[in-house]
Design a protein around this ligand. Structure first.
Ligand code: F6P
Length: 258
């Protein structure tokens, strides 16, 4: 019955967070690859988690892009009250994604849904190093980068390494290098091997992994059986305060043989 199912899911959540040693795992029933409503449920879980975790005062929430992030943004509800105010910023500059799933769009959408504020980070895709460096010195960009560095909450997804590399149109040489380095996961523009070690970093502006360690509230949202390997790799070495929101399909695959 329903109670058994609930208890079963709770057990999976406990097992998963024990396995990763992270603060909390939330497991939604089903497989987000096959059932769109599962990704909506990620959004509801994210909304509840943010409501619970965000303290009173001024919060800065840095948001990544991707299709999962774009879907969960739609499920947010007001996170504002008389004592709590939230500013959403993109966690990184564009990383070769379609505009609707870019961090800028996702953080703007989240701000709208959550009744918060938003600041965009306008950095074009293909830049020469000289332009890139001079852009970094632009006061308007510095201001947003400064906000990002002060974020007390980060929301991101996790992707499959080679899939993300192809989607971001990385060249043959880079793809070969990723294969040779056994890259299986990608997040924040970093590529990770099965142990969760960084094997490659795409040079982009915004949040750095070393900054992430100091962020008190981190939510990772990713599911689907096909992403299990990537989720395991990233979560193996993720900051321990990370809350993982995933689905049954990924959780069962990760816990197989544990
Ligand atoms: O680009 C941000 C990001 O969260 C990456 O870290 C991750 O690899 C990717 O999105 C996941 O994309 P999707 O949700 O489309 O699978």
């Amino acid at each position: 019955g329903f109670m058994d199912q609930l208890l079963g899911m709770h057990q999976i959540e406990m097992k998963l967070s024990e396995y990763f040693g992270n603060q909390r795992c939330i497991v939604v029933s089903g497989n987000s690859e096959q059932q769109p409503k599962v990704a909506d449920a990620f959004g509801e879980a994210l909304d509840e988690s943010l409501n619970l975790l965000l303290p009173e005062g001024d919060n800065i929430i840095a948001v990544m892009g991707g299709t999962t992030m774009a879907i969960v943004a739609e499920q947010l509800t007001s996170l504002e009250n008389s004592k709590r105010h939230n500013l959403f910023v993109p966690a990184r500059g564009g990383i070769g994604e379609a505009i609707t799933v870019q961090a800028n769009s996702v953080s703007a959408r989240m701000a709208t849904k959550a009744n918060g504020k938003h600041r965009a980070l306008y950095v074009p895709e293909q830049l020469s190093l000289a332009t890139y460096n001079s852009l970094l010195n632009e006061p308007s960009i510095q201001e947003v980068l400064n906000l990002i560095s002060q974020a007390n909450c980060v929301i991101h997804s996790i992707g499959r390494a080679l899939h993300m590399a192809a989607r971001r149109k990385m060249n043959e040489e880079e793809l070969l290098m990723l294969k040779q380095a056994n890259a299986v996961a990608e997040s924040f523009g970093y590529f990770f091997n099965e142990k969760g070690e960084v094997v490659y970093k795409v040079p982009r502006i915004g949040i750095e992994l070393k900054d992430l360690a100091k962020v008190p509230i981190i939510l990772a949202v990713a599911g689907g059986k096909a992403k299990a390997k990537a989720i395991r790799a990233y979560m193996n070495n993720a900051p321990k305060q990370t809350w993982l929101i995933t689905d049954e399909a990924a959780a069962n695959e990760i816990l197989k043989g544990v």
